[in-house]
Design a protein around this ligand. Structure first.
Ligand code: NAD
Length: 306
């Protein structure tokens, strides 16, 4: 199939591109390189340096006529969304709408949308959090991610645009940006390997559901032909604190310094992990790479880049 992957120069999107190409699909990447990198681009994908908000996106659709759109491009930082909610909405809502509208116009058969299980539910009333949990985002990023889910549901009902939503947990692995605004694993590894101070925001007892990138990539392939009109949490069902991540990574990298604790960041959920029972029942999907193994692989990747 011909797949257009937005955000295909970014951390997760680039792994999705690689997996699609390995599976024999033809891939077109749209990315404005705002946080993505050229070196993440698979040379066998056709690349368009286009912003998803731009009118130029229509030319990409006109020329390429993709059958599948896999939408990873986003403003993905909670902190940026708190500081600049207009930019967040511009990229995440208006950019997505531009893409959805063109998908309808050019007869796309399947739209796979990446949402955030860590951001849309807010502070959970129960754990693990399933897809039926109330939506109560604590930050603009959670609002904009969810709004697009709602548009997709609407366009499915009105115009028959087939879609699947994947709500990601905290994804980590090779190519995550160690200098980025988000991604505690990559940030800690970068600082540990350079022997620099590691700052933990808040007490470090905040809990997240960490899943290795290869595992969420597998769900993207499953969603190509299945899961129509459905929303799936992806997660391990297990919470790990930021302090635990610090100690696991310190052991792997040989880092001996103590962490420095700073003030907590506004807008972030304190404790969340996700139930992916629905994805398991539908696709047999479950994370295959356990946390220690995934962290070791990620450290090995960053060591190789130094
Ligand atoms: P990333 O920043 O590495 O990837 C985002 C990509 O989108 C980048 O390559 C960036 O250049 C591109 N992009 C941003 N704005 C764009 C625009 N206006 N036009 C075209 N391209 C644009 O981040 P990531 O971690 O790989 O996130 C990918 C997706 O997964 C995002 O939708 C994010 O919200 C979602 N997600 C990520 C996590 C996680 O743990 N990393 C968790 C939940 C959801």
């Amino acid at each position: 199939m011909k797949c257009l992957v937005t955000g295909g120069a970014g951390f997760i999107g680039s792994h999705v591109v690689d997996a699609l190409i390995r599976a024999g699909h033809e891939v077109v990447v749209v990315d404005n390189l705002s946080t993505g990198r050229r070196e993440n681009l698979n040379p066998r994908a056709r690349f368009y340096a286009v912003d998803i908000r731009s009118p130029d996106l229509a030319e990409v659709f006109e020329r390429e006529r993709p059958e599948v759109v896999n939408h990873h491009a986003a403003q993905m930082s909670v902190r940026v969304s708190m500081a600049d909610p207009i930019y967040d909405a511009d990229v995440n809502v208006l950019g997505s709408l531009n893409l959805i509208r063109l998908s309808l116009r050019y007869g796309v058969k399947k739209f796979i949308y990446i949402s955030s299980g860590g951001a849309v539910y807010g502070e959970p009333q129960y754990l693990p959090c399933d897809e039926d949990h109330p939506i109560r985002p604590l930050c603009p990023y959670g609002v904009t991610k969810f709004v697009v889910e709602q548009y997709l549901d609407l366009f499915y009902k009105h115009y028959g645009l087939h879609y699947t939503v994947l709500r990601y947990p905290n994804v980590y692995g090779p190519r995550q940006d160690p200098e980025g605004e988000a991604g505690v694993v990559a940030i800690f590894i970068g600082r540990m390997l350079r022997g620099e101070e590691v700052m933990i925001n808040g007490t470090g007892e905040q809990m997240r559901d960490f899943v290795y990138v290869e595992d969420v990539v597998a769900a993207n392939l499953m969603a190509l032909e299945d899961g129509e009109g459905e929303v799936f949490n992806l997660g391990s069902g297990r919470g790990t604190t930021v302090n635990q991540i610090f100690h696991l990574l310190a052991a792997i990298t040989g880092y001996r310094r103590e962490p420095v604790y700073g003030p907590p960041k506004a807008g972030e959920t304190f404790r969340i992990y996700l139930s992916a029972e629905r994805a398991f029942r539908a696709w047999g999907w479950r994370p295959q790479v356990d946390l220690e193994e995934g962290l070791e692989r990620t450290v090995a990747f960053f060591k190789g880049r130094m």
